[in-house]
Each structure stands twice: as structure tokens, then as C-alpha cells.
Design a protein around this ligand. Structure first.
Ligand code: APR
Length: 253
């Protein structure tokens, strides 16, 4: 495999411990899920401008489109299984090499692969819960999936009458402050920030690898395409996340 030298360097840094893994949708494509910005990705099929919090709260039509999107997304994602990249990260945690997994993903495949839930920081929330935008009440997704299967309207919050929305962070919506604070803290403490499958195009998430680098960590990027942070990375490895992470796992001491 090309990148042999970079893979060995990365494996050595992982062996030293103190790693934070930062992941994006590209780590889940080998599980059959679309990413956002690859050709044919979600934002090729849906208009991101329609998926803002402002539009969701302002228009019943937008809310119907949101629920239609999640109805499809739940159907596809519930069948998805963790792939070799998720499994390698869980294995590295078992070896004591992972301080935290900061993920932009909402699919919970890291937890399904065996990463400890308390170490997985979901800075863009999760698709497997539905929350009230007013009182914060949280419900499981299944009830809403069933309503959508029966082509029923999604009612407002049964406790306060507020609007219900999948518990993911939409454009224009704040990231969960407690999760983001812990992610920032982990990035300032780590010795290695390993970024996998992200275009590093969306802020504030994409600032976190720079926070780690500026705090003295090594920065490693594994991605199919170049990213804006390749220029400051200690290693930038191009290719498929599953194959690369499997290879790196095999090179660990
Ligand atoms: N292996 C390696 N890289 C891959 C693979 C793969 N199997 N599949 C896709 N990629 C790369 C793509 O080339 C792309 O650069 O992963 C990256 C995914 O980038 P995006 O689709 O932009 O996803 P992400 O970076 O997670 O987006 C961030 O944007 O729309 C918001 O909230 C959404 O959390 C998401 C955020």
C-alpha cells in the first residue's frame, strides 16, 4: 500500500497514547451511508439551505420535508453496521490509546463498534432521538418512525406544545455546549488528533483539529480527498478509511 512511511509514523504516534479521534461522514460511507459533499452525497440530493433551524421553525412545509428526510434516513441507517474504521478505533480504545472520539456523525456507529459511549462526543447530536425545541424533552426515534410509516403528521411536544425535531444540530442551531466544551478540552489535552473522513468544511467543528495542533498535538488526516488542514498536518494520508485504519491497527506495537 502507498503511504507506508506515513502509516508507520501514525502507528508510532498512536502507540504513544493520548489520541483524540475526530470523525466525519466519510468514516461511515463504507457502512453504506452517504456523506454530504462527495459526488452524489446528501447535499447533491437535498438543498442544505432548506435544512436550517430558522426554516424549520418558520414553515410547516419545511418541517414536513425534514421528517420526510429523516424517515428515509432512519430506514437506511438502521440497517448500517460499523465498518473496519469504526472497529479499529474501538480496538485502539481497548488498547488504552483513545482519550475521546469527537464525531460530527449522527449515526452512532462508533458506539455500535464498541467505542465507550462516554468517550464518544456527538457534537452534531444524534438521529436516534427526537427532542422538543422548547422544553428539551427527549423521546426515542421509533415512535416517530412508526407515525411516518403510517403517513401521520408529527404532533407538537406532548409536555409543552413546542416543536419536535430529530436531536441533530441543523445549520443555524447551536451545538450542545457541554459536549462542545468537553471536545475542546480533549483537543487541548491530546498528543495526537487523528481526523478521519471529514472535508473539514463546517465550523465550529472544523476548528477543533486546529485547536489540538495549536496546543502542541500532532495532527494526522485520513481522507479520500485533500482537506483545507492538510497544509498544517504532520501526516495527510489519502485513501479509504477502512483499509487505512485496518492497516494502522496491524502496525501497532
Ligand atoms: N474513506 C475516506 N474518506 C472518505 C470516504 C472513505 N471511505 N468516504 C468519503 N470520504 C471523504 C470525502 O472525500 C469527504 O472529503 O470524507 C469527507 C466527507 O466530507 P463531508 O461529506 O463534508 O462530511 P463531513 O465533513 O462530516 O461534514 C461535516 O457538514 O452538513 C454538515 O452536519 C453535517 O456533520 C456534517 C458536517
Amino acid at each position: 500500500m502507498e503511504n507506508e512511511g506515513a502509516l508507520k509514523k501514525l502507528a508510532g504516534w498512536i502507540d504513544d497514547g493520548g489520541m483524540v479521534v475526530f470523525t466525519g461522514a466519510g468514516i461511515s460511507t463504507e457502512s453504506g451511508l452517504s456523506d454530504f459533499r462527495s459526488p452524489g452525497g446528501i447535499w447533491d440530493r437535498f438543498n442544505p439551505a432548506e435544512f436550517t433551524l430558522q426554516k424549520f421553525t418558520a414553515s410547516a412545509e419545511t418541517r414536513r420535508n425534514f421528517w420526510r428526510f429523516y424517515h428515509e434516513n432512519w430506514k437506511v441507517s438502521r440497517a448500517a453496521k460499523p465498518n473496519r474504521a469504526h472497529l479499529a478505533i474501538a480496538e485502539m480504545e481497548k488498547k488504552g490509546k483513545v482519550n475521546a472520539v469527537v464525531t460530527q456523525n449522527i449515526d452512532e456507529l462508533h458506539q455500535a463498534a464498541g467505542s465507550s459511549p462516554e468517550k464518544v462526543l456527538e457534537i452534531h447530536g444524534t438521529m436516534w432521538k427526537v427532542g422538543c425545541l422548547s422544553c428539551g424533552d427527549i423521546s426515542p426515534w421509533e415512535d416517530f418512525f412508526q407515525l411516518l410509516e403510517e403517513e401521520k403528521e408529527i404532533e407538537n411536544c406532548r409536555l409543552c406544545g413546542g416543536l419536535l425535531k430529530p436531536a441533530t444540530v441543523s445549520f443555524g442551531q447551536s451545538l450542545p455546549a457541554d459536549v462542545l466544551n468537553e471536545a475542546q478540552h480533549q483537543c487541548t489535552q491530546c498528543k495526537l488528533l487523528l481526523c478521519i473522513g471529514s472535508s473539514l468544511a463546517v465550523y465550529p467543528a472544523a476548528r477543533l483539529p486546529e485547536v489540538a495542533k495549536n496546543a502542541g498535538a500532532k495532527l494526522a488526516i485520513v481522507n479520500r480527498e485533500p482537506t483545507p488542514l492538510d497544509r498544517i498536518a504532520d501526516v495527510a494520508i489519502k485513501g479509504e478509511a477502512g483499509e487505512i485504519m485496518n492497516k494502522v491497527l496491524s502496525l501497532l506495537a
